[in-house]
Design a binder for this molecule. Structure first.
Ligand SMILES: [Zn+2]
Ligand SMILES: [Zn+2]
Length: 196
């Protein structure tokens, strides 16, 4: 039971780190860090993402270091449970983020996740940092509710939003989104260009 508790603590800790790293590191203005540069590229082209090999090497390294440190005072399984929970949820986050951008929603939760992230990308890049949930945005008051239909610049629209025949907004999403020509046509003055 304790092992499950450690694993769950790792999962929960990642959901907080997801908010913290995205908000404080990826969107940091003053600090010219490689993570912020990489993330600015993702905002400029939402389909641009760092490949799985680099991410997997990173997670194996971090989990390995944490296990080695925790083994100094815990047994093998106890030492592995928390880092594995953390690493597992990190991989869930990475997968969810990719799916948000590349695949159409199938559930109401999937629909909500996409709206929440589109709100971050094109309207409030300094808010709505959570990708798998909005829990920590609510805790730290960085949550901005989205108003449908959300404007999305045509050039940066997720491929699944578009009708393959006409190239316009697919009928299934007209209640949730509206396409605009340029980022500066967005009703909100805060745009993807100010993502960094
Ligand atoms: Zn994104
Ligand atoms: Zn961002």
């Amino acid at each position: 039971m304790a092992l499950l508790g450690y694993f769950a603590a790792g999962v929960l800790t990642w959901t907080f780190l997801e908010w913290l790293l995205h908000g404080r590191l990826f969107h940091s203005r003053g600090l010219r860090n490689p993570f912020a540069k990489e993330h600015a590229l993702h905002h400029a082209d939402p389909l641009h993402m760092v490949g799985w090999p680099r991410k997997l090497i990173g997670v194996v390294f971090v989990v390995g270091v944490l296990v080695a440190i925790l083994r100094l005072s815990l047994g093998d399984f106890e030492a592995a449970a928390f880092p594995c929970g953390l690493g597992f949820m990190y991989l869930v986050y990475e997968s969810v983020h990719r799916v948000i951008h590349t695949r159409a929603p199938r559930t109401s939760y999937g629909r909500w996740l996409r709206l929440q992230h589109v709100q971050h990308h094109f309207h409030t890049p300094k808010r709505n940092f959570g990708v798998t949930s909005a829990v920590w945005d609510h805790v730290f008051r960085t949550h901005v509710p989205f108003t449908k239909p959300l404007a999305v610049p045509e050039r940066l629209a997720m491929p699944w939003l578009l009708d393959p025949q006409s190239g316009g907004l697919a009928d299934a999403y007209t209640q949730d989104y509206v396409l605009v020509r340029r980022v500066r046509d967005l009703p909100d003055s805060t745009t993807a260009a100010s993502a960094q």
